[in-house]
Design a protein around this ligand. Structure first.
Ligand code: SDX
Length: 428
């Protein structure tokens, strides 16, 4: 007998079906609520509202569990590669050796971008934030591949759009950086793997040879795996809702990039480093800044702390914190703000305000320290997040399209003026 919830409103009651997920999570299906009762639900920020059923990523915020297609994030971060994880998220299974080789080669074949993209890039002043450049260049793909505007094309044509953006995003990201520093762009080098090619496009200079440090390439690959998907977060929900209008994949991804940019979401990784540097400049008094974070009259928040879902440690933060120690040690980097970060974490984990609100370090708290050690500038950190999240956005967009989900259009409770008559300006 399927489970149901009974809603009593006045002298009426309504039976609402309860649906159960793979991991026994339960949801009340309110699809028929308004039709039967005239009622809607209200949940600003969708803190208690599921927008979809999805088979891609599972999170358990209480237990600090994160799995991509059933595989634990710890397992994938330790043993897989970003390209393999991208395949897993998008197509649902780990690839066979032949599938992986074909996927890698297809991506390599499409890394070059149309030369006119350089003309678009040159239109951006060199102080442009790279996230704005990135979302614009992604949108420009609709001009170079107008056939991509139709999301209802055959699966293999949609797949070509997927391969193209997976292949070109690293080129766009590196070119956004080169535009910002006023250096000439580098073209992709398909003799290198995904991360090495990106690092070379980012850091190679005409006047000197550039050798990719495998320690840096491996650390970057692990970071991209850790950012690859995270179920219905703000930017992924944006990608899904934009795609639900049958806007193209590239328009949906560009919207996701812009949603990620915000400091409460993907922009937090840059905000964490700026915060740690300010605390360092201010003498490193962590207790003073913790007091500011707890003061309701102070707009300061402890960036990189807290999460809508995780009310325990973000498993990604644990992995990144360990990787930060390893990478800085291997690179011989001694970054004093890592100690400040650890000091803040220590104080927060023993402070009632944070403990009561279950505020723990999230994925953004330590990631910037590694990016900094890798030589990546602060305002490129969120671009790195976007690079990592791309396969997740694609997988979620593809799932929404394949499930023929309806256009997203939430309801509201109106609280404005009641009906009133127009009065001409001369009579007001
Ligand atoms: C990401 O959703 C995802 O999965 C996102 C992400 C992904 O992979 O896609 O995991 C990536 O975006 C991680 C989060 C990065 N953002 C930050 O680090 C910014 C700092 N954190 C917060 O702003 C906040 O914690 C959020 C935005 C992450 C979550 O906000 P919620 O769920 O809306 O919680 P809230 O703002 O209602 O906070 C609950 C309480 C409040 O206090 P009270 O009103 O109950 O007294 O906790 C307090 C908040 O003031 N609080 C903080 C705090 N975060 C929450 N107080 C101080 N410092 C903080 N960082």
């Amino acid at each position: 007998m399927s489970k149901k919830a009974e809603l009593k409103v006045g002298d009426k009651s309504y039976d609402l079906p309860i649906i159960e997920g793979t991991e026994n999570e339960q949801g009340i299906d309110i699809a028929k609520l308004r039709g039967e009762s005239g009622l809607i639900t209200l949940d600003p920020g969708f803190k208690n509202t599921g927008s979809t059923k999805s088979a891609i990523t599972f999170l358990d915020g209480e237990k600090g569990i994160l799995r991509y297609r059933g595989y634990a994030i710890e397992d994938l971060a330790e043993n897989s590669t970003f390209i393999e994880v991208s395949y897993l998220l998008i197509y649902g299974e780990l690839p066979t050796p032949e599938q992986l080789t074909k996927f890698e080669n297809e991506i390599k074949f499409h890394t070059l971008v149309h030369e006119d993209i350089k003309t678009i890039l040159e239109g951006f002043p060199s102080n442009s934030h790279p996230m704005g450049v990135l979302s614009s260049l992604v949108t420009s793909l609709t001009a170079f591949y107008p056939e991509s505007l139709d999301p209802n094309r055959s699966a293999d044509k949609v797949n070509l759009s997927i391969i193209r953006i997976l292949a070109k995003m690293p080129t766009f990201a590196a070119w956004a950086y080169k535009n910002e520093v006023g250096h000439p762009v580098n073209y992709p080098d398909n003799n290198l793997n995904y991360c090495s090619n990106f690092l070379k496009m980012m850091f190679a200079l005409p006047a000197e040879d550039y050798e990719v440090d495998p320690v840096i390439a491996n650390a970057l690959d692990k970071l991209l795996i850790l950012h690859a998907d995270h179920e219905q977060n703000c930017s992924t929900s944006t990608v899904r809702i934009v795609g639900s209008s049958q806007a193209s994949l590239y328009a949906s991804i560009s919207a996701g990039i812009n949603a990620l940019w915000g400091p409460l979401h993907g922009g937090a990784n840059s905000a964490v480093i700026n915060m740690l540097e300010n605390i360092q400049k201010d003498g490193g008094d962590t207790k003073k800044w913790m007091a500011k974070a707890k003061d309701k009259d102070d707009p300061f928040r402890l960036m990189g702390f807290g999460h809508r879902v995780y009310k325990n440690f973000d498993p990604r933060a644990k992995i990144i914190k360990k990787a930060a120690d390893d990478v800085l040690q291997k690179l011989g980097v001694n970054d004093p703000i890592l100690d400040i970060a650890k000091g803040l974490e220590e104080v927060a984990l023993n402070d009632d305000y944070f403990v009561e609100r279950k505020l723990y370090p999230n994925v953004d708290f330590y990631s910037g320290i590694i990016y900094r050690a890798l030589g990546i500038p602060v305002d490129m950190f969120t671009v790195m997040f976007a690079l990592g999240r791309l396969p997740g956005w694609i997988a979620q967009w593809k799932e929404m399209r394949e499930n023929h989900e309806p256009i997203g259009r939430p309801r509201q409770i109106y609280t404005g003026q009641g009906e009133r008559k127009y009065v001409s300006v001369n009579d007001r």
